[in-house]
Design a binder for this molecule. Structure first.
Ligand code: MEV
Length: 438
């Protein structure tokens, strides 16, 4: 393949033609496939084309619903966008299980977002402190036009601190800035404020008389928000008397509770398990984050950093049995928005928000945390009783049958055939072939 020049300037048709020429030897089947995913509604297609650069087609994910989530006594049907079979089914099952036992309780503990101006200053550390004390009000004043609307609504810049990081890197200092961005995720707001802080900071340093020529020459390295948000925390919880857990899948309630708590403890002390345990939590979290137009990479990065905040990667959930009460809870950082970004643009995101009755960012934090907790409950419930494969078998079978192009009738026959059996890919292919030749 040759490097291609000016690719972004080609039309969409030309880009598709380049892909077909370069990778598919001019085979028109590939072009047909790419175009089959275009939307007939030109305006809708254009909207999607313009989300990113060099769009050639759309990539669908299933958009499903997990109903019956009772959260703080209010009933929700939670939209989820995810490709992994069994996630929505597991969420729905956990929702129903806890609906019958009083539902989920959730609370937002804090909502502070963080950003930094990272800079290098070669000079006397007392003088930079004096300079910072003098310039701080000017930094805030310089962002007045950016912050006016946010301030009006009760948000804005909460604080700016000067942090000396020279112990970890020579001449490295930072402005550690905290923000309240209300219902917005706030990335644009925060980054605009930070870039203005950096500009004013550098300009004012030139005018600070106590600085030597070298000290005036502050080098701004970068200004950017942090996706580590340990002060933007939500907590969700379920609890019930152990006896109300009932006998489940042949396991007595006390035994189930005990084993469940041990499974969580293992994820607290063993990183190999913690990563998979938290991955299961993120199955629920990412699906709702995606369906509601939020940035799941930001959420993932922040959550995993939080899971290792004590120096060991550990479980995001906790469980206990005390005085006959089973309690299971999650605490995690979620910087989410319900206004701005994709939330105003993507028609399905708008639909998801309507279904959630136009939640505030705080409401959405609670809903997402509950989805993560429910997912973890469902996973641990299977893992500590029947094992995970049983529940996965039917979906696994369906995926294989779809790959093989099975008809609805063939699917029914083979689902019946595999009832209670282990699904192995090669075996399904064989059985499918036999069925067809009959
Ligand atoms: C699979 O996507 C998620 C699980 O592995 C989570 C877990 O092990 O807790 C089932």
């Amino acid at each position: 393949m040759e490097p291609v020049k000016g690719f972004s300037k080609l039309t969409k048709e030309e880009k598709v033609a380049w892909v077909i020429r370069t990778f598919f030897k001019d085979n028109s089947d590939a072009a047909t496939l790419i175009k089959r995913y275009w939307n007939d509604d030109d305006a809708l297609q254009q909207l999607h084309d313009e989300f990113i650069e060099n769009t050639i087609t759309n990539y669908y994910l299933p958009f499903g619903i997990a109903p019956n989530f009772l959260i703080n006594d209010k009933l929700y049907a939670i939209p989820m966008a995810i490709e992994e079979s069994s996630v929505v089914a597991a969420a729905s099952k956990a929702a129903k299980f806890w609906y019958d036992r009083g539902g989920f309780k959730a609370e937002v503990i804090s909502t502070t977002k963080i950003g930094h101006v990272h800079f290098l200053y070669e000079g006397n550390s007392e003088k930079i402190k004096d300079f910072f004390a003098e310039v701080k009000p000017k930094l805030i004043a310089a962002t007045n036009t950016i912050t006016a609307n946010m301030n009006k609504r009760g948000g804005g810049i909460s604080d700016i601190e000067l942090v000396d990081k020279t112990a970890v890197m020579s001449n490295y200092y930072q402005l550690h800035c905290s923000f309240e961005t209300l219902d917005a995720m706030g990335a644009n707001f925060i980054n605009s404020c930070l870039e203005q802080f950096a500009k004013t900071f550098k300009e004012e340093a030139q005018l600070f008389d106590a600085f030597s020529a070298r000290e005036k020459n502050i080098e701004i390295v970068m200004s950017i928000l942090s996706n580590y948000v340990p002060d933007c925390i939500v907590r969700a919880e379920v609890s019930c008397p152990v006896a109300e857990l009932n006998e489940d899948k042949g396991v007595r309630a006390e035994e189930f509770a005990d084993k469940f708590v041990k499974a969580v403890e293992i994820a607290q002390v063993e990183p190999y398990r913690a990563v998979t345990h938290n991955k299961g939590i993120m199955n629920g979290i990412d699906a709702v984050v995606l369906a509601t137009g939020n940035d799941f990479r930001a959420i993932e990065a922040g959550v995993h950093a939080y899971a290792s905040r004590n120096g060991n990667y550990s479980s995001l959930t906790h469980a206990s049995v005390e005085d006959g009460i089973f309690k299971f809870w999650i605490e995690l950082p979620l910087a989410l928005g319900t206004v701005g970004g994709l939330t105003n643009l993507h028609p399905l995101v708008k639909l998801a928000m309507e279904m959630l009755e136009k939640p505030s960012a705080k409401d959405l934090m609670k809903i997402v945390a509950v989805a993560g907790l429910a997912q973890n409950f469902a996973a641990l419930r299977s893992l500590t009783t029947t094992g995970i494969q049983k529940g996965h078998m039917k979906m696994h079978l369906m995926n294989i049958l779809n790959q093989l192009g099975a008809t609805s009738e063939e699917k029914i026959t083979l689902v019946n055939h595999y009832e209670g059996k282990t699904v192995v890919h090669s075996d399904v292919v064989e059985t499918f072939k036999e069925l067809r030749t009959k």
